[in-house]
Design a protein around this ligand. Structure first.
Ligand code: UDP
Length: 500
């Protein structure tokens, strides 16, 4: 097993956005730790972030090697500006169709790599529906890794299949998501417009994704079975997907360096950040971050600043890079001076895992991207949910209604980062609800229980209970061996089975 050429070789193809690249590196690390040769395929502009997140083998806790390969990103062919190779560099929503066109054009260069390197398996993100056919051309299985939990995957699939939003009389009328366990209600406003347009680009992509997923070898889910048993079973048994719950994959980042180096270079010195947190009481700091893509308008940033100040809570607030000369427009006068003791603003990229895992952090205001949501769950903190779009409204329902570890800030409409504003009173109220009082204590206790379960789910080297994440007989790779009916064939086949 040890020789590099004899190792099982798996190609990983993440979608080109931080929220997909980072968990894919985590996943590749899990595979590499089990003796698989792991190779991540990406584009030149995304390579530095992936390499940084992988880290140097000597500086990581596992001494793990993950390889990388690059393919050219066809920016110009797809009508994108040079260097626009990551979803977080898209400056206008009108460029999304071009970005997805470029994603389609990656099929040919990816197939060249498959031809050249002969991997044994391709694990590709859901946004590459063509990957199932590409893998089939080379006689290898394609596995889907889409970075969403079973609850949202099931909800999205039922919405696609039944289109219940067509039968309501207004955008604000709540309706039950059909066939989804738990009587979960949603409104038309909470579903992104592109998801409701039967003839748009998204409808075509989502049909192709579903078809490719059903034809694929199976789906790796970044979640753990114990967190969402009902929905994990539903996705498998009712919606017919073969799944493996291997998460939370972010917990593969064990030491401080791995946590600090995940993603872009942090805009704060990690030691300074830890020192600040060390000076605070356990569970007394709120962490506020809206992922890698959200760019709030300045008036909304100002409301957040005022809401935080009024709440009186300690906080670390991540604001995506804002020009210094514009700060007067969103930062209340004298805010940082007044908040010197209580608050820290990180302008740009925060070492999120490092912060969330610190014992001083006791609450998380999140946009409900699935990675952030699961990272909050793993850290055992209650959350204020502030979804923007995509699958985030589903994740909000999961956190607030199913798990009971969050309070909604009250956003009503998908796409709200561009329009609907949340006022400072709503922010102050929601924040205080998860940080203070009886209800907060109950939520925190529940959240801590889920945090413990998350860590249990990824413990190495232990056989889990029969229903747990990796060990379930149903979720294991199942291989039939069929020897010729002669001792000379049957006996070595038994030996081979033992090796498996
Ligand atoms: N992240 C981070 N620092 C930041 C912003 C984001 O480390 O300042 C990480 C975060 O830990 C998560 C990912 O980037 O793993 C964002 O993924 P998510 O699904 O939460 O949101 P998206 O950015 O895709 O909307």
């Amino acid at each position: 097993m040890a020789c590099e050429n004899q190792k099982l070789h798996v190609f990983f193809l993440p979608f080109l956005a931080q929220g997909h690249m980072l968990p894919t590196v985590d996943l590749a690390r899990l595979f590499a730790a089990r003796g698989v040769k792991a190779t991540i395929v990406t584009t030149p502009h995304n390579l530095p972030i992936i390499s940084r997140t992988i880290g140097q083998p000597k500086t990581t806790s596992h001494n793990i090697i993950i390889n990388t390969l690059t393919i050219k990103f066809p920016s110009l062919e797809a009508g994108l500006p040079e260097g626009c190779e990551n979803a977080d560099t898209i400056t206008s929503p009108s460029l999304y169709p071009n970005f997805f066109r470029a994603i389609q054009l990656l099929q040919e260069p990816l197939e060249q790599l498959l031809l050249h390197h002969h991997p044994d398996c391709l694990i590709a993100n859901m946004f590459f529906p063509w990957a199932t056919d590409s893998a089939a051309k080379f006689g290898i299985p394609r596995i889907v890794f889409n970075g969403i939990g079973s609850f949202a995957l099931s909800a999205l699939e039922h919405m696609r299949l039944h289109k219940p939003y067509k039968n309501v009389s207004s955008d604000s009328e709540p309706f039950v998501i059909p066939s989804l366990p738990g009587e979960i209600k949603i409104t038309r406003m909470e579903i992104p417009e592109s998801f409701r347009d039967d003839n748009g680009q998204w409808a075509k992509i989502s049909e192709a994704m579903c078809e490719a997923e059903l034809k694929s070898f199976g789906v790796i889910v970044n979640s753990f079975y114990e967190l969402e048993q009902v929905y994990a079973d539903h996705y498998k048994n009712v919606l017919g997907r073969k799944t493996w719950h291997v998460g939370p994959v972010s917990l593969s980042n064990r030491d401080m360096k791995e946590k600090a180096n995940r993603g872009k270079e942090a805009s704060i010195d990690e030691q300074e950040c830890l020192k600040w947190l060390d000076s605070k009481q356990p569970d007394s700091v709120l962490y506020i971050s809206f992922g890698s893509m959200t760019n709030f308008p300045k008036p909304q940033l100002k409301e957040i600043a005022m809401g935080l100040e009024a709440s009186g809570q300690n906080f670390i607030w991540v604001v995506r890079s804002q020009k210094e000369e514009e700060e007067k427009e969103w930062l209340p006068e004298g805010f940082e001076k007044r908040m010197e003791e209580k608050g820290l603003i990180i302008r740009g990229w925060a070492p999120q895992l490092l912060i969330l895992d610190h014992e001083a952090v006791g609450g998380f205001v999140t946009h409900c991207g699935w990675n952030s949501t699961l990272e909050g769950i793993s850290a055992g903190v209650p959350m204020v949910t502030w979804p923007m779009g995509a699958d985030q409204f589903y994740n909000q329902k999961f956190v607030t209604q199913v798990l009971g570890i969050g309070v909604a800030v009250g956003v009503k409409k998908s796409g709200s980062s561009e329009g609907e504003s949340v006022e400072k009173e709503a922010i102050e109220n929601a924040v205080n609800k998860i940080m203070e009082g009886e209800e907060a204590i109950e939520m925190r206790n529940r959240a801590k229980k889920f945090g413990k379960m998350a860590k249990e789910a990824v413990k190495e080297g232990e056989l889990k209970n029969p229903n747990s994440s990796m060990a379930s007989g149903n979720q294991k790779l199942h291989i039939f061996l069929f020897p010729f009916l002669a001792q000379g064939h049957m006996l070595p086949m038994v030996d081979l089975a033992r090796l498996f």
